[in-house]
Ligand binder design. Structure first.
Ligand code: PEP
Ligand code: MG
Length: 328
């Protein structure tokens, strides 16, 4: 099977009925970029910039950040890279940052992390914005913000980037040809105000790892809960379908970048909901491509809608049966 997956490297992930699915990879370190050539992925749909911060003994400075981002963009060549601004705090505490200024956190995943921390620590975000803008000079910069909970947070983060862009422009620096701003949907509350957010977005990416833990109120790292709630549950799939339709109606590209998209049956369901962009762990690219190429999306979509209208007790088993029946 491994050889069969490798053989798919230069084969486009297209469904039997001709839907081209964009399959990108998640990355975080300089060496991860090699996965692009190894897998034949379409780009990096999630570059977790906090990895550099996590492996560093001191706060990475602008030059060090810029070097990493430039290396990644150069290695990616024509393929797009989506840089996520730092998702630190919570369980990703940094020894050199004072996380205790708000006291100990009882629920770090729901705590002072990601964009919340970055908007409070503007200096940190400004340095990262400068590093990204300089690294992407002469090309497109795709940047997305993690844990957006309300539209104003996205607005504030974008304004911070735009202010840095203006600053660099005023000093004659070469700038990105284009900046595309996206938000991650990981906090369920954001789904209720998508009508306000979508017109401001260039793209939306669903982080199903955090989203699931918040939808089910179940710690994503808790061993007793890890197998309790299923990604293939009516609540998750209905939620994702609603969000996907809303984004598509607004003409905003939508992707899934959580681990869910790297599992063939889950990815099949996502495609059935209308998702056509996935960013996944590199090892999953082969299996996902194989699944995509055996799938008839036009047949799956109504079958999935019917299952979601009157869900069986075991939706996973029903989807598995559909997959087997349809030669996937
Ligand atoms: C997610 O939450 O699904 C996600 C992609 O981000 P991370 O796993 O880095 O929190
Ligand atoms: Mg997340």
């Amino acid at each position: 099977r491994r050889a069969a997956f490798a053989a798919l490297k230069n084969v486009a992930p297209e469904t039997k009925d001709g839907a081209r699915i964009t399959v990108m990879v998640n990355a975080g370190l300089r060496d991860d970029v090699a996965a692009l050539d190894l897998t034949g992925a379409d780009g990096i749909g999630l570059f977790r910039t906090e990895f550099q911060f996590l492996v560093s003994a001191t706060l990475p400075q602008r030059e060090g950040q810029k070097r990493l981002y430039r290396d990644v963009l150069e290695a990616a060549g024509e393929r797009p890279v989506i840089f996520r601004t730092v998702d630190i705090g919570g369980d990703k505490a940094l020894p050199y940052l004072d996380h205790d200024e708000n006291g100990d956190e009882e629920n770090p995943a729901m705590g002072w992390r990601a964009l919340r921390l970055a908007l409070d620590r503007e200096g940190l975000m400004k340095v990262q914005a400068r590093a990204l803008l300089e690294a992407a000079a002469g090309r497109t910069l795709n940047v997305m913000f993690p844990m957006v909970s309300e539209p104003w947070e996205f607005e504030e983060a974008r304004a911070l980037f735009e202010a840095q862009r203006t600053w660099l422009e005023g000093r004659g620096h070469k700038l990105p040809l284009q900046i595309r701003y996206g938000a991650m949907l990981e906090v369920p509350a954001l789904a209720e105000v998508l009508d306000i957010l979508l017109p401001r977005l260039d793209f939306l990416s669903i982080g199903t790892n955090d989203l699931t833990q918040f939808l089910f109120a179940a710690d994503r790292a808790h061993p007793k809960l890890a197998v309790r709630y299923d990604w293939l549950s009516p609540s998750i799939l209905r939620f994702l379908r609603r969000v996907t339709r809303e984004a598509q109606a607004a003409g905003v590209p939508i992707a899934v970048c959580g681990e869910m998209g790297g599992r063939p049956l889950e990815a099949m369901a996502l495609i059935g909901l209308g998702i056509d962009r996935l960013s996944i762990t590199p090892a999953a690219v082969g299996p996902i491509k194989a699944m995509v190429r055996s799938l008839d999306r036009a047949a799956l979509a109504p079958a999935l809608d019917a299952l979601l209208a009157a869900p069986p007790t075991d939706l996973r088993a029903a989807l598995e049966a559909w997959a087997v029946e349809h030669g996937i």
